[in-house]
Design a protein around this ligand. Structure first.
Ligand SMILES: NC(=O)c1ccc[n+]([C@@H]2O[C@H](COP(=O)([O-])OP(=O)(O)OC[C@H]3O[C@@H](n4cnc5c(N)ncnc54)[C@H](OP(=O)(O)O)[C@@H]3O)[C@@H](O)[C@H]2O)c1
Length: 327
């Protein structure tokens, strides 16, 4: 597993991390033992960064990670978590007191004294512009309650705003073969500012695994069912904002362009890692086997320049017009 520098954390992070939203049950039911075996496979494969949030399963994702950390004290796992989407504060009741309460609750659930990194969790642009949230984060860092802070954002405009904030270590963004414009519109600025990039939805909620058919269905509690067209939250967080049936067709066309020696999921992840501005990708996984396949991508060779050129051309001519939601 190759490592990349993250903010001022003394240890670099694995370029393949683990997304832990699914432990909250938003990809269908997941038992404690399934979640623990997914984390074990990740650490076995060299992953040292987990991404979670206070709201995933109402704290269940953080608690399961806390249980895992308690039995893996020798593994230097960094956990990045989030504040800002709990119904008590979102969308316009953010206060320093509520952020401090959230930090304490996350520390308890994760069973750590200090949070490695606290990210704002897609809070409205007005709150990013107003800026007080960043003052609170700087205070928490100065006091030693958090090591780093960052922001998970939905649009380039939000990302550029956050880059202006002193001390911000990371931006978490949606970036994948279906969402390429950050290469030109955000990554150069992030690199110039020395801000790490955490990539969420690297597989467009699984569409870029090429496993789904138009008739594939998802269970009631899975956001790929209940938020398929953005009924509950930003449509971009589900299938990267691409209508499902269109995404299945696009994934099939992309598959035909890829090298035979890797799966489409691996090629999609490799494509992301080939961008220097990216610090880590955080694919979710519903099984240890998926984790094993995802961590293997770190050892695969980069895609050819010619394939990168074709995939960029394909995105601008065939994909970009289908993206819905803030971008
Ligand atoms: N607002 C935010 O800040 C925000 C929003 C969304 C996500 N996130 C973070 O980003 C992480 C990743 O995003 P995500 O899980 O939504 O999307 P994702 O990583 O693009 O997709 C995950 C899904 O891809 C499929 N998959 C994973 N590895 C595979 C493999 N090797 N082969 C075949 N299929 C594979 C699985 O689908 P099946 O379930 O069908 O097996 C899995 O559930 C989340 O866990 C969370 O930590 C943050």
């Amino acid at each position: 597993m190759k490592l990349r520098t993250f903010g001022t954390l003394s240890q670099p992070v694995s370029e393949v991390g683990l997304g832990c939203w699914q432990f909250g049950g938003d990809f269908g039911p997941m038992s404690d033992s399934q979640a623990l075996s997914i984390m074990a496979a990740a650490v076995e494969g060299g992953v040292n960064l987990f991404d979670t949030a206070d709201v995933y399963g109402g704290g269940r994702s953080e608690s399961l990670i806390g249980n895992f950390l308690a039995t893996h004290s020798g593994s230097p796992i960094r956990v990045v978590t989030k504040y800002g989407r709990d119904g008590s504060v979102f969308p316009d009741k953010f206060t320093e007191a509520s952020m401090r309460t959230a930090v304490d609750a996350a520390r308890r659930r994760l069973r750590v004294d200090v949070l490695d990194c606290l990210q704002l969790h897609c809070i409205p642009i007005a709150a990013l512009r107003e800026g007080a949230v960043f003052d609170w984060l700087r205070s928490l860092k100065a006091e030693g309650a958090i090591r780093e802070f960052g922001a998970s954002v939905e649009s380039v405009e939000e990302g550029l705003l956050c880059l202006r904030q002193t001390g911000i270590a990371s931006l978490q963004v949606i970036f994948n073969l279906f969402r390429q414009k950050l290469v030109t519109d955000l990554f150069p600025q992030a690199q110039a500012a020395g801000v790490s990039i955490i990539v969420r939805l690297p597989l467009a909620s699984g569409l870029l695994s090429g496993r789904y058919m138009k008739q594939t269905t998802f269970t009631e509690g899975d956001h790929r069912n209940y938020n398929r067209d953005g009924q509950c939250f930003n449509v971009g967080e589900t299938f990267a904002g691409i209508p499902f049936e269109t995404g299945v067709e696009l994934a099939d066309e992309i598959r035909a362009m890829l090298p035979q020696e890797m799966t489409i999921a691996q090629a999609a992840l490799r494509w992301i890692l080939d961008h220097d501005a990216v610090t880590t990708i955080i694919p979710g996984a519903s099984s240890p086997d998926q984790v094993i396949s995802n961590v293997a991508v770190s050892d695969l060779p980069p895609l050819s320049d010619e394939l990168h050129r074709r995939l960029t051309e394909y995105y601008y001519s065939k994909v970009a017009q289908h993206i819905r939601g803030p971008y």
